[in-house]
Design a protein around this ligand. Sequence first.
Ligand code: TXA
Ligand code: MG
Length: 338
Amino acid sequence: METKRMYIKNNDIEKTQVIGEAAALLKQGETVAFPTETVYGLGADATSEEAVAKIFKAKGRPQDNPLIAHVATIEQLKDLVDKLPEYVEDLIKAYSPGPLTYVLPSNGTCASNVTAGLSTIAVRIPDHSIALDILKTCNFPIAAPSANISGKPSPTTANHVYEDLNGKIAAIVDGGATGVGLESTVIECRAKDVVILRPGGITKEQIEKFIPVHDAKFKNADQPASPGMKYKHYSPEMPLWLVEGNAVDIQKVINEEQIKGKKVALLASETIYQQVNANQRINLGENLEEVANRLYDALRKFKQTEVDLIIAEVFPENGIGQAIMNRLRKAMTNYIEK
Ligand code: TXA
Ligand code: MG
């Protein structure tokens, strides 16, 4: 299959045309990648079992890992769920459209492979004009996991999608780099509280303003809080170590590995980046929002032929830092304490 690349320019006529083409492909049961405010998603008609099956095939995604249904409005969200607790309406008013995904009892409108046979469905309203325009034009829910090969870092540019899925999907709508850079927060909405299944763009502190919040406990691989939690994720091509401490501590570990003949890459925020030497270095920026925005692109940049080991700093776990550390912990192969 040839993957068509479609570009959105700042010209309204062209934009409408591209959105129309993307929606037409989705209506025909094809898969189309498009940008959201978090990462690029690989979309298909969530009411069609056959269309959704194409997502699993293209990504090489395990069949038991359910997908998020994307909708444009709260009314469309209500069409997919059994009932909506009052506090969820408050969360929706505060944070949707936005990087927050609600896991709620499903009413069975979506195809059964969207929920991987579970009784609940994950739903979100993305905060991106291209995603919203496609959803409005289609007028059906769109199932969309991150548009990467399963196990690789999620795509934050159309080029990342192309690297992973060229030839496997019908089209990619290129709308430039995404904003948040990490996936949405996934919450299980229970009667009187919520459980964070995956930290993301909306922080625990933001949700706690409305309802008590618990972090998901990961007991063992047979009983994950969310099916997605048992799979290895976000992996770069080579080992990734997280190293606690300041610039001196990190430099020491790098030097030790270089003496053994390894080519070491550094992944760090501005301050540490300025003070530490390595064979290759990527500056993730000055604050946690910038780190989140650049992380996946950075993880994809290092090539096996040039780097034997990536060393990253340990980030503070406040705000979006929780999501950053969640992804880094899943990607890492070693954690060095101070
Ligand atoms: O920001 C995002 O959420 C992006 C963009 C494209 O919207 N999408 C995304 O989808 O990250 P995906 O499929 O890569 O991650 C969805 C996560 C998985 O960990 C999955 O296991 C979990 O949500 N999930 C989906 N449905 C669920 C359900 N009914 N119960 C528990 N977890 C669920
Ligand atoms: Mg994903």
